[in-house]
Design a protein around this ligand. Structure first.
Ligand SMILES: Nc1nc2c(c(=O)[nH]1)N(C=O)[C@@H](CNc1ccc(C(=O)N[C@@H](CCC(=O)O)C(=O)O)cc1)CN2
Ligand SMILES: Nc1nc2c(ncn2[C@@H]2O[C@H](COP(=O)(O)OP(=O)(O)OP(=O)(O)O)[C@@H](O)[C@H]2O)c(=O)[nH]1
Length: 444
């Protein structure tokens, strides 16, 4: 087997910056340190100030070097970090010098963490936590990423896998030593009890209303209502910029327009949608269809009504929840129409009532996020695999209940084990790894 490449990359932010951190990992690290650091290979885990020279002996920069020998390093390999002046020329000179050597190349996105994963330092959900903590913009996103990075998800998946391995062993015993005298119930009942408990736990986890994904990707609020109710004007108020076109003509908004805000400590995507009406216009009709999709997928809907319009629009929609808000707009033109129970009365044009509405959205998001304590699903990938795992377990339960053969049940349980294993990355997942690590930053 040929020796692994040594990888190098800028690990810190774009130049110009106060300091640039270059990170190297791989088998050539010791030789590179001896060749390019004036004071030679630094003592392990001690920062040392040294000149760094290029392949002609010319000075690149004077900076700090930190050597972390494998396997007790982030990647599990020998690693070297160089803390240089954060200028573009310094960085280019250093990286050009290093990559001029055979077997030394620039790292791909996420390659350090991928090596850490391959060395068994992290499982796949922990590696995802590394990516998420870098992307985190809210304290809540960061807290979730830190929990995941520290094995907060792994724990649950490991435990489920351990329990399932136990169940599988019992089923295999039942296959190998079919209990001829007794009724099959005797061995099946305890297996079914364990399986049932596991199914219940996974169902509870899947019933988390997507909070983990929402914390990571943002909560969704949809502004819904009749044409001309003032939805786009409200969006612009909430966005604090002219994100959507406002005209006096009904049917202006066609596509869904989303703006990002941080409210209640969470990322919130607020969507303006086409006014709901029956229309001959093909484009507008598609807009209405998209509006309904956005309404359905949102965590919170704002139903906007025009106080001055005789027809207050249709409020009755099958996707309406108790927590949704009825917002009567254009309060400058008239009072709340009879028979409408308004949660908020606003004038999107002059801004009155909009702050209170914004606070209500923030409160909703804050409470909604807190409604699930520690979600074990933080990405679509987890949800898909766990859903598949659940259906395999249900198939196993059915096979055992209907007594169609323990072999079939065992096969379903093995399938569920693979599906759970793919979440934490313990089973053959080359394609999954590619997808997960490709979205990392270079240098991580
Ligand atoms: N300068 C620097 N800062 C950094 C990192 C880094 O790589 N370099 N990190 C990188 O993301 C984060 C810290 N994470 C790290 C995680 C593990 C190890 C490590 O060396 N682990 C060894 C030994 C652990 C120990 O001494 O207890 C190991 O796991 O074997 C280093 C950093 C954030 N700050
Ligand atoms: N007087 C008054 N007019 C408003 C208010 N909000 C919006 N308007 C006006 O109502 C008209 C329609 O506003 P839009 O924000 O485009 O309404 P919309 O609901 O997005 O309309 P569609 O895109 O057709 O669905 C525009 O002329 C706005 O200026 C308000 O609070 N008071």
């Amino acid at each position: 087997m040929s020796e692994r490449d040594t990888i190098c990359a800028l690990a810190s932010g774009a130049p110009p910056a106060a300091i640039a951190i270059l990170r190297l990992s791989g088998p050539h690290v010791r030789a590179l340190a001896e060749r390019h650091l004036a004071s030679g290979l630094p003592a392990a885990r001690h920062a040392s100030l040294t000149d760094m020279t290029d392949n002609d002996g010319a000075l690149i920069d004077r900076g700090l070097a930190l050597f972390m020998p494998g396997p007790g390093s982030y990647t599990g390999e020998d690693t070297l970090e160089l803390y240089l002046h954060g200028g573009a020329a310094v960085i280019a000179h250093a990286l050009d010098t290093l990559t001029a050597h055979e077997g030394v190349r620039m790292a791909e996105p996420g390659e350090y963490t991928r090596r850490a994963f391959e060395a068994g330092k992290l499982d796949l959900t922990e590696a995802e936590g590394v990516a998420d903590i870098i992307e985190a913009e809210t304290v809540a996103q960061k807290a979730q990423a830190l929990r995941q990075l520290g094995g907060g998800l792994s724990q649950t998946y490991d435990q489920w896998r351990a329990e399932l391995t136990g169940v599988l062993a019992l089923v295999e015993v039942a296959i190998d030593f079919p209990d001829e005298g007794d009724a099959p119930q005797d061995t099946t009942a305890p297996i079914l009890a364990k399986l049932g408990r596991l199914i219940g736990e996974i169902e509870t986890a899947l019933g988390d209303r997507g909070i983990g994904e929402r914390i990571r990707d943002g909560f969704r609020v949809a502004i819904i209502g009749a044409p001309n109710a003032g939805k786009s004007t409200l969006l612009n108020r909430l966005a604090r910029r002219e994100a959507a076109i406002v005209t006096a003509k009904a049917g202006t908004t066609r596509d869904v327009i989303e703006v990002r805000r941080v409210l209640g400590g969470h990322v919130v995507w607020i969507a303006d949608t086409a006014g709901l009406r029956v229309t001959e216009d093909e484009i507008e009709a598609e807009g209405v269809r998209r509006a309904e999709v956005a309404a359905r997928e949102a965590d919170l809907r704002l139903f906007v009504l025009d106080a001055s319009a005789p027809d207050i629009g249709h409020l009755s929609t099958d996707y309406r929840l108790d927590t949704d808000l009825v917002v009567v707009n254009k309060s400058d033109l008239g009072a709340v129409p009879d028979g409408v129970s308004a949660d908020h009365v606003i004038s999107a044009r002059d801004g009155s009532g909009v702050d209170a509405l914004e606070q209500a959205i923030a409160r909703f998001v804050d409470q909604y996020a807190a409604s699930v304590e520690a979600p074990v699903i933080t990405r679509q990938r987890h949800r898909e695999r766990l859903t598949q795992g659940l259906s395999s377990l249900k198939a196993a339960r059915d096979a055992l209940e209907q007594d169609v053969g323990a072999e079939l049940a065992a096969e379903d349980i093995r399938m569920a084990l693979r599906q759970l294993g793919s979440i934490i990355g313990v089973v053959g997942v080359e394609d999954v790894l590619g997808a997960v690590f490709s979205e990392f930053c270079i240098g991580k």
